[in-house]
Design a binder for this molecule. Structure first.
Ligand code: DC
Length: 231
């Protein structure tokens, strides 16, 4: 873990909302809706790790080649461009919004996110974005590592079967031919990697509110969060 939070001391803890949780918990939909409702910026940190995974995959670099991965990471230009309600992610001026959602990127994003040099670079970038104004930041370590000072922290989760269903439907909508069993297997593997890694493992911050979204719609979750924030 790095601690250079003093460099970003102008981050306003009361204007930071962190939402962490596993795949299929609903955190992306909820974070986006919440940011729209509050007129806050929205930061999808999973997309950043996906962009790094894509760059490393394209470069054909082994995950053991730490030096080359660090070099690639340090030279990456990752940008978010907001276009109405949509957010596009650019990697070295190329729109990779769709490419990072390809199934092949799911696991490599999880793999690269376990590397300390990758996390260092991403954490600095995320804090920089956090210093630019009110923000809803979603990911795996927003409340624990990247923005520990945030005043409003949420950890959202749902039953495994519901998470698998959500992910399966998402992938079917994209026209992918995939079985529910395969989706479940991939999701369990990714959960295990993200929760059991040495660095910034996925877990709720001590001061996070935990919300079980198994039986809740995105709008109901957003309402719950807003109620909590204003209370
Ligand atoms: O949220 P997602 O599925 O798009 O994230 C892709 C991978 O990135 C996920 O398997 C774990 C990693 N990740 C992370 O380690 N830390 C974050 N803050 C966000 C994502």
């Amino acid at each position: 873990m790095i601690d250079d939070s003093s460099r970003f001391s102008h981050i306003m803890p009361n204007q930071l909302i962190t939402i962490d949780g596993p795949t299929g918990s609903g955190k992306s939909t909820v974070s986006r809706l919440l940011a729209q409702r509050l007129h806050y910026n929205y930061l999808d940190t999973g997309a950043m790790y996906r962009a790094v995974g894509l760059a490393i995959l394209r470069a054909g670099v082994s995950l053991h080649n730490k030096r080359e991965i660090t070099r690639i990471c340090n030279n990456l230009d990752i940008k978010f461009i907001h276009d109405g309600d949509a957010t596009k992610i650019y990697l070295d001026n190329e729109d990779v919004t769709k490419a990072i959602r390809e199934p092949a990127i799911d696991l490599i994003a999880s793999d690269v996110s376990a590397l300390d040099n990758v996390r260092k670079v991403m954490t600095i970038l995320q804090r920089k974005i956090g210093s630019q104004g009110p923000l809803v930041a979603e990911g795996r370590d927003m409340g624990t590592v990247v923005f520990p000072e945030a005043q409003h922290k949420f950890y959202i989760n749902a039953s495994l079967e519901v998470r698998v269903d959500r992910r399966f439907q998402e992938r079917q909508k994209r026209g992918e031919l995939i079985s529910r069993e395969k989706v479940k297997k991939d999701l369990v593997k990714r959960d295990s990697q993200d929760m059991n890694r040495h660095l910034s493992p996925l877990r709720p911050a001590r001061d996070a509110k935990i919300i079980d979204t198994t039986n809740l719609s995105p709008d109901q979750i957003v309402e719950k969060i807003i109620k909590d924030i204003v209370s």
